[in-house]
Design a protein. Structure first.
Length: 264
C-alpha cells in the first residue's frame, strides 16, 4: 500500500481506499477514495499543506485539489495556529472564520470557538442551523433573536455585513413578537400588531415592555372571542409577576379589537 493509504470494504464487498495523515501527534482522516492512487494523491497534498507555508486558502482550486476545501481549512489552520479543529474554522486575532467555500465564510467572536469547533453549521431555506443535543437550532437564537425575526426590522448587522456574527455587530431592534420600534420626528415609540385575518393594529406605546404586554393582552382577547390560533407569548423576564399584571390591567388595547365580533 502507498504511504498514508489503506484498503477497506463496503457492506456489499466493494473495495475502496481511505487516506489519513499524522502531524504533530494528531491522526487526521482525509477521506475515502475510489482508487489507491487517488488516496495517495490526497495524502501527498495534505503533507504539502502541512509543511509548505507558501500554500494559502486563496490558492485552492477544486479542479486541482484532491481534498475538499473544508479539509484545506482544517489543515492550514492546524499548520498556522497549532490547533486542530475538525470543523472548517480558520483562526484570526480575536475572531475566526467558518468556511463553506473559498470566498464563502461567516465571522464569529473567539468566545464562540468552543461551540462551533464541535458543531457543523448547515444552511436551509436561507437560515443557518447547528445540531445541538439532537435538535436543529438556528444560530440566531444565541443572540436572543427569535425565529420569526426579520433582518433590518427586528435586528441588524451594524457594519452591513450579514456574514459577520460577532456580538458587537448584531443589534437587536425588536425583542418581542408583534412589536416594532418606530421613530417619528425624533420621537421613538413602539407599535404592536397581531395577525388575525391580516395584521391588526393593537396600539402604539412609549415603552417596549408595554407594547409586548399589549400583544399578550390582545392575544388573550382574541382567544376568548374564539380565534383558535397559537399566538406566541412574550415573556418579560425582567418584570415580577405582580408588576406584569399591574401593567397588563392598565395597558390600553385598540377599541376595534376589543369590539371584534366573536366567532360562532
Amino acid at each position: 500500500m502507498l504511504p498514508g493509504v489503506y484498503a477497506a470494504k463496503k457492506k456489499d464487498g466493494t473495495l475502496y481506499y481511505r487516506s489519513s495523515i499524522t502531524h504533530s501527534g494528531k491522526h487526521i482522516s482525509l477521506g475515502s477514495f475510489p482508487t489507491e492512487q487517488a488516496a495517495s494523491f490526497a495524502y501527498r497534498q495534505a503533507d504539502r499543506l502541512l509543511h509548505d507555508r507558501s500554500f494559502s486558502l486563496d490558492m485552492y482550486s477544486e479542479a486541482e485539489s484532491f481534498l475538499p476545501f473544508q479539509k484545506w481549512v482544517v489543515l492550514l489552520n492546524f499548520r498556522d495556529n497549532g490547533i486542530y479543529i475538525k470543523t472548517p474554522i480558520y483562526l484570526k486575532n480575536h475572531f475566526f472564520h467558518y468556511y463553506f467555500g473559498r470566498d464563502d465564510f461567516l465571522t464569529f467572536d473567539i468566545d464562540d470557538l468552543f461551540y462551533y469547533s464541535s458543531r457543523s453549521i448547515t444552511r436551509r431555506g436561507g437560515h443557518l442551523f447547528v445540531a445541538d443535543y439532537g435538535m436543529q437550532v438556528n444560530i440566531l437564537s444565541r443572540y436572543g433573536i427569535k425565529n420569526y425575526a426579520v433582518a433590518g426590522r427586528d435586528f441588524r448587522f451594524v457594519n452591513g455585513d450579514s456574514r459577520d456574527f460577532r456580538y458587537e455587530n448584531i443589534e437587536i431592534i425588536n425583542r418581542f413578537h408583534g412589536v416594532c420600534k418606530k421613530e417619528k420626528k425624533g420621537t421613538t415609540y413602539y407599535e404592536t400588531k397581531i395577525h388575525v385575518n391580516g395584521d391588526f393594529l393593537v396600539g402604539r406605546y412609549k415603552k417596549e415592555i408595554e407594547a409586548a404586554i399589549a400583544y399578550n393582552k390582545a392575544a388573550s382577547i382574541l382567544i376568548t372571542k374564539g380565534y383558535e390560533k397559537n399566538f406566541p407569548v412574550n415573556y418579560i423576564e425582567e418584570l415580577s409577576s405582580v408588576r406584569y399584571h399591574e401593567i397588563y390591567k392598565q395597558i390600553s388595547i385598540s377599541k376595534r379589537l376589543r369590539n371584534l365580533t366573536p366567532l360562532p
